[in-house]
Design a binder for this molecule. Structure first.
Ligand code: SF4
Length: 479
């Protein structure tokens, strides 16, 4: 440990500067600048190297956080990336997109703001890519076994990289025209630039993973045909069914699911022609949903030139600071304003939409909204508080209910569980031998760090199924 008093010398939690709002609204580049190396080392040096590091408990991947904090503090970036990659295939994804449950668990958070674990993580991997330290790791030998991974989001990619490195011949199928799943088309560039995804895919291609974009399993290739072609199949198709808001006026024009909107926006930013694109330009936009996807819609609408943006959340406004009566660590992100909300617009909390109002031509004109109150343990509209909010574009960002009930069940006989997710045993395997499920398709909507952890774990189970033994790590079990 380089400096046991680092957390006493540097008491302030410092993140890198955000680019000025006026500049970043003119492009789609990431919001954060690189952190100056001296400040980064000071921040990493705030880690107390706890004997029992609770940050481990908070991280489904079991990231070796105190080890690489210490290495970064001492300027040992090359060793730091090795320790980071030991537990996490894609630290650039978690370092930009994860809400960092490790920081909520950081012991330093009891007395001071938590260590900037996520920032240290992304800085380690950025430096490693810049300096050429991230190299392909092709397998030493091939097993002769084949695996199909269906879905190219974080769970599918993690499973594919682990299995390829174990010597299996792996093909990743993606129904969209580009590889990456939600990382490609669900997340805006200003949260994570696609170059991060592409540089990792290049590494995977060099290791031998094969990618098949534009192929929909169940339609272009039947599930049972895929099962016959491969020795094992990993289903990592995500939980993409959006939660709806079935209230009067829901069928009016101008009301869309957030993911319809974000996918089209990402395709346009990638240079694609998107006929009939849903755009916020010159529109009064209302985003319903106070989570990350809602914030992504808000930031995208600002960049498209919306006339106004209002974000409705049914929950309470987060506190600006931790109260004295709450002594435990809390996620710093609770207190930090999201970059999208910093860019403008208006937020309303405890707001429930009760009706979409017609403009007389079948298009939404406004939302009838009420304040909410608790009744019998549920949040319900409070009588007498209704009012109208003008809107000619409404985006529904209220989360996802589960995986699509596609042809998988019919063609392979794989059932769904009571929560609507694909059913699997404690080894990630479905009722069909050799067919495994990983990520949101089995767990339900969750964090990117859980998806990567599930991808690593399912790879271990597939490897054991194919070889009778495995040395691959399995950081998590199915719920
Ligand atoms: Fe460092 Fe916080 Fe983890 Fe302790 S809990 S080892 S201070 S990051």
């Amino acid at each position: 440990m380089a400096d046991p008093k680092g957390f006493l010398k540097t008491r302030e939690r410092e993140l890198p500067p955000r680019r000025p709002v006026s500049l970043r609204l003119m492009d789609w580049k990431e919001v954060y600048e690189q952190q100056e190396s001296g400040e980064l080392r000071r921040q990493a040096g705030r880690c107390m190297q706890c004997g029992i590091p609770f940050c481990h408990q908070g991280c489904p991947l079991g990231n070796l956080i105190p080890e690489w904090n210490d290495l970064m503090h001492r300027g040992e970036g090359r060793l730091a990336i090795e320790r980071l990659h030991a537990t996490n295939n894609f630290p650039e994804f978690t370092g930009t997109l994860c809400p960092a449950p490790c920081e909520s668990s950081c012991v330093l958070g009891i007395n001071q703001p938590a260590v900037t674990i996520k920032q240290v993580e992304v800085s380690i991997v950025d430096q490693a890519f810049e300096r050429g330290w991230v190299q392909p790791h092709p397998p030493q030998r091939l097993t002769g076994k084949t695996v199909a991974v269906v879905g190219s989001g974080p769970a599918g990619l993690a499973a594919a990289q682990q299995l390829t490195r174990a010597g299996h011949t792996v093909a990743v199928y993606e129904r969209d025209d580009r590889i990456g799943g939600l990382l490609r088309y669900g997340i805006p560039e200003f949260k994570m630039e696609k170059s991060r995804l592409d540089q990792r895919l290049n590494q995977m291609i060099a290791e031998g993973t094969r990618f098949r974009a534009g192929v929909e399993i169940g339609k272009d290739i039947a599930w049972d045909e895929l099962r016959r072609r491969y020795d094992a199949v990993v289903v990592a198709t995500g939980a993409l069914v959006p939660r709806d808001l079935p209230i009067p006026g829901r069928d009016l024009d101008g009301i869309h699911y957030a993911m319809e909107y974000l996918v089209q926006a990402n395709k346009a930013v990638a240079g694609d022609d998107v006929p009939g694109q849903i755009t916020a330009e010159d529109r009064h936009v209302v985003v319903i949903g106070g989570g990350d996807t809602g914030a992504d819609c808000v930031g995208t609408a600002h960049r498209q030139g919306a006339a106004s943006v209002t974000n409705l959340a049914i929950g309470r406004q987060p506190p600006a600071t931790r109260s004295d009566s709450q002594p435990w660590p809390m996620s710093p992100t609770v207190f930090e304003v999201s970059t999208s909300h910093e860019e403008g617009g208006h937020r309303e909390f405890l707001a429930s939409t009760v009706e979409f109002v017609d403009d007389g031509n079948g298009r939404v004109q406004s939302l009838r909204v009420a304040e909410t109150e608790y009744l019998d343990g549920r949040r319900v509209p409070r009588a007498g508080t209704e009012r109208l909010i003008p809107a000619d574009l409404v985006l529904l960002a209220m989360g996802f209910t589960g995986p699509e009930q596609d042809d998988l069940a019919g063609q392979l006989g794989v059932p769904f569980d009571q929560r609507g997710n694909l059913s699997r045993d404690d080894r990630f395997q479905t009722s069909e031998p050799g067919v495994f499920v990983a990520g949101d398709a089995g767990r339900g909507q969750s964090l990117i760090v859980w998806a990567i952890a599930e991808g690593r774990s399912v790879a271990a189970e597939v490897d054991a199924y194919l070889e009778g033994r495995t040395e691959l790590p399995a950081p998590v079990r199915p719920t």
